[in-house]
Design a protein around this ligand. Structure first.
Ligand SMILES: Cc1ncc(COP(=O)(O)O)c(C=O)c1O
Length: 380
C-alpha cells in the first residue's frame, strides 16, 4: 500500500489505511524462508492460532485464508438442517450473508442501532421463528454489539451465536474481549485490519468438537485414518506458515496497535466535535471502541450525500471509503428474490450518509490534524 501519493504542487495524499509491520515480522518471515516451511504446515500456524485465541480468551483457534472463509466455516460447522434461519444485520459486508446462503440456510436481516451502527439488538426477538438456529452479530467499525440481550435470547431459544469480530480486534464488551462471547467467532486479517497477515482469517471456537470439525473442513475433510478417502465435502481454506509468521508478530504488537487506535479515536473525536453537520462514532458506557475505522455520518440537513463529501475531501488530499450498502439493497440478492419488500431505514440512511476517514495504524499526528482541517473546511 502506498505510503503517500504526492501530486506535483500538492501536499501528500493521506491514504485511508497503511499496515504497520516491524522487524520481528521480517525475522519470522525470514525463518520460514530459511527453513523452507512456507506452506500450511509449520510452527507459526499453531503459535499464531494459540496466541490469538489466548489474547481473545477463547479455547481454540483455527487459522484460515480470509475473514470470508472464516465465516463460511463457522456457519458450516454448526451443521444446521437446510433452510434454518440465521439472524444477522443488514448493514455489514456481503461475506456474512454469503456464508449463510452457501450453507443452504436463510439469512434473516435486522436493522442497525443508529448510535453504534451495530445490529439493533431490540429488533432481534421479533425475527425469531421456529426455524431460527443462530444469530450472527457483527461488531461494527471497532464498536462492540450489546451482547447480553442476544445471549439471553440465545439461551431462551437454544440458538448458537457466531460473532463477526473482523473489524473489532481487541474491543471489549463490558470486561470481555470480543470474539470470546459467542460459541464461535470470526476474524479477518486483511491488510487494513488491526492485525494483519496480508490476507487471512481465523475462527475461534469454545468447544473442542467445533474446533475439530473446523480443522477438518479447512483441509478438505481428509480423514485422519485414511488420507484420500472422504466422507464429507471440505474446502482448502488453509493459511500459510509465511502468513502466520506475519500474524504472530502482529499479535505480539497488539498492545501498541490498540494504543494507536485508541489515540486516533480520541484525537478525531476531540478535533471534530462541535461540527453541527456530522455525527461521530460513539463509545457506549459498556463498550471499549477500538476505532478500526473512524466513521462520519452526515446529518439530514446537509444538502448532499457521502459520495459528494468523499469527493470534496479527496480534492483536499484526504482518502475515504463509503459505508456498507445493506444486504437487502444488494442487486445480487434482489435478483435471487431475497429480502423482497424488506426495509431498514437506519441501514439505508447509513449507506447514503456515512463514510470513514483515514484510520491506519501508521497515521501520524500531523496527518490526523490535516484530515480534521479538511473536514472543518468542507463544513465551514
Ligand atoms: C465485518 C466483516 N466481516 C468479514 C469480512 C471479510 O474479511 P476478508 O476480507 O478477510 O474476507 C470483513 C472484511 O472487511 C468485514 O468487514
Amino acid at each position: 500500500m502506498p505510503d503517500a501519493v504526492v501530486a506535483e504542487g500538492q501536499a501528500p495524499f493521506i491514504p485511508v489505511n497503511e499496515p504497520l509491520l516491524n522487524d520481528q515480522t521480517r525475522r519470522y518471515v525470514e525463518e520460514c524462508i530459511d527453513t523452507g516451511w512456507v506452506s500450511s504446515e509449520g510452527h507459526f500456524i499453531t503459535d499464531f492460532e494459540k496466541s490469538w485465541a489466548r489474547y481473545c480468551g477463547m479455547d481454540h483457534g483455527i487459522a484460515v485464508s480470509s475473514g470470508t472463509t472464516a465465516l463460511d466455516l463457522a456457519v458450516a460447522c454448526l451443521e444446521l438442517e437446510p433452510d434454518s434461519e440465521v439472524i444477522m444485520p443488514t448493514f455489514t459486508i456481503i461475506s456474512c450473508a454469503l456464508a449463510i446462503l452457501r450453507a443452504g440456510l436463510k439469512p434473516v436481516l435486522v436493522d442497525s442501532d443508529p448510535r453504534t451502527w451495530c445490529l439493533d439488538v431490540n429488533a432481534v426477538a421479533q425475527k425469531i421463528t421456529s426455524r431460527t438456529r443462530a444469530i450472527m452479530p457483527v461488531h461494527m467499525y471497532g464498536h462492540p454489539v450489546d451482547m447480553d440481550p442476544l445471549l439471553d435470547l440465545a439461551r431462551k431459544h437454544n440458538l448458537s451465536i457466531i460473532e463477526d469480530a473482523a473489524e473489532a480486534h481487541g474491543a471489549k464488551y463490558k470486561e470481555q474481549t470480543v470474539g470470546s462471547i459467542g460459541d464461535l467467532s470470526c476474524f479477518s486479517f486483511y491488510a487494513n485490519k488491526i492485525i494483519t497477515t496480508g490476507e487471512g482469517g481465523m475462527v475461534l471456537a469454545r468447544s473442542a468438537e467445533h474446533a475439530e470439525r473446523l480443522r477438518s473442513l479447512r483441509n478438505l475433510c481428509f480423514r485422519p485414518d485414511r488420507r484420500f478417502y472422504h466422507t464429507k465435502a471440505g474446502h482448502n481454506y488453509r493459511l500459510t506458515n509465511l502468513q502466520a509468521a506475519v500474524g504472530l508478530s502482529q499479535v505480539e504488537a497488539m498492545d501498541d496497535h490498540l494504543r494507536r487506535k485508541r489515540w486516533l479515536g480520541k484525537a478525531y473525536t476531540e478535533q471534530l466535535s462541535g461540527i453541527d453537520q456530522i455525527a461521530l462514532p460513539v463509545e457506549e458506557p459498556w463498550a471499549m471502541n477500538v476505532y478500526w475505522m473512524y466513521g462520519l455520518v452526515l446529518n439530514d440537513d446537509v444538502p448532499y450525500d457521502a459520495v459528494e463529501l468523499a469527493r470534496r475531501l479527496r480534492a483536499k488530499g484526504v482518502d475515504t471509503r463509503p459505508f456498507f450498502l445493506g444486504m437487502h439493497e444488494q442487486p445480487v440478492f434482489r435478483e435471487q428474490g431475497l429480502f423482497v419488500g424488506d426495509s431498514y431505514p437506519v441501514a439505508e440512511r447509513l449507506a447514503v450518509r456515512g463514510l470513514y476517514l483515514p484510520s491506519g495504524l501508521a497515521l501520524t499526528e500531523s496527518q490526523l490534524a490535516r484530515v480534521c482541517e479538511a473536514v472543518r473546511e468542507v463544513f465551514a
